[in-house]
Design a protein around this ligand. Structure first.
Ligand SMILES: NC(=O)c1ccc[n+]([C@@H]2O[C@H](COP(=O)([O-])OP(=O)(O)OC[C@H]3O[C@@H](n4cnc5c(N)ncnc54)[C@H](O)[C@@H]3O)[C@@H](O)[C@H]2O)c1
Length: 250
């Protein structure tokens, strides 16, 4: 019970890594607001974790929607101890092939969404005497990959923003860290495999990206987020925890 009675808001919690975080946090004693743009899927995740979880439909790129989410958490639970900024997505493209509206839309979710959520939650945490924020960056924040220019830039931004916020809010007893996953099985890869002309070759290529020769299951990333969110990581702030099967060690 490493998160006993901790009130947690997790964005992008209806699927993949965020869903695994919600499940593991509830098991560790937390109350969880399952926040996601897909309200129906968020309801299903929360129902499976009742009575320790409830759902909230939110688009993290909307300032008004994020304000509503934070108000809902405050109204339901009275406080927010942990914020996990996990909502995000990737698109293919170089800077030349990425359309401006696609660039803006991705940045609005992956990077501005983190800013909007933190901007609303940090004053609450400061007034409570402290809190913990964990952002989901990516290992591509440090090395880059081909044909993902907007995504790589957004995650580099998340990694840098993590450090900036860690410095700005250390005096308020707020720790801010990020996790940097490598390839992790998710709805994103489900869809890519389904639409690929040669799914088996595609899967083999994904596995070959890491020295461990496989992709991560969402729970393996959730375990790292749990560590950063718990008191076990009480001296960690401004750090990036890479969990990528050794991909960036190559
Ligand atoms: N899967 C990977 O290989 C991998 C690797 C590194 C980093 N990440 C990051 O991990 C995070 C979670 O990804 P995942 O792989 O679990 O993906 P996923 O697609 O399985 O889940 C993402 C969830 O975020 C929600 N979401 C998307 N946009 C949103 C918005 N604007 N507001 C609120 N919710 C929104 C989706 O509805 C979905 O439920 C993302 O930030 C992603 O960039 C994933």
């Amino acid at each position: 019970m490493r998160l006993k009675d901790k009130v947690t808001v997790i964005t992008g919690a209806a699927a993949g890594i965020g869903k695994a975080v919600a499940e593991i946090f509830v098991r560790e004693g937390a109350s969880v607001l399952v926040a996601d743009r897909d309200g129906a899927a968020a309801e299903a995740v929360a129902a499976a974790l009742a009575p320790s979880a409830s759902a909230f439909a939110v688009d993290v790129s909307s300032s008004a929607a994020v304000a509503g989410m934070v108000e809902a958490a405050r109204a339901r639970y009275g406080r927010i101890d942990i914020l996990v900024n996990n909502a995000g997505y990737g698109i293919p493209g170089t800077v030349v092939s990425t359309a401006e509206e696609d660039w803006d839309a991705l940045m609005a979710v992956n990077l501005k969404g983190v800013y909007l959520c933190c901007r609303q939650v940090i004053p609450l945490m400061a007034a409570q005497g402290g809190g913990v924020i964990v952002n989901t960056a990516s290992n591509v924040a440090t090395v880059g990959i081909l044909d993902r220019a907007a995504y790589v830039a957004s995650k580099g931004g998340v990694a840098a923003l993590t450090k900036a916020m860690a410095l700005d809010h250390a005096g308020e007893n707020i720790r801010v860290n990020c996790v940097a996953p490598g390839v992790t099985w998710s709805t994103y890869f489900d869809k890519m495999v389904a639409s690929h002309p040669d799914p088996e070759t595609f899967k083999a290529r994904l596995k070959a990206r890491s020295p461990l020769g496989r992709w991560a299951e969402p729970v393996e990333i959730a375990n790292a987020i749990l560590w950063l969110a718990s008191d076990d990581a009480s001296f960690a702030t401004g750090s990036m925890l890479t969990v990528d099967g050794g991909m960036t060690a190559w």
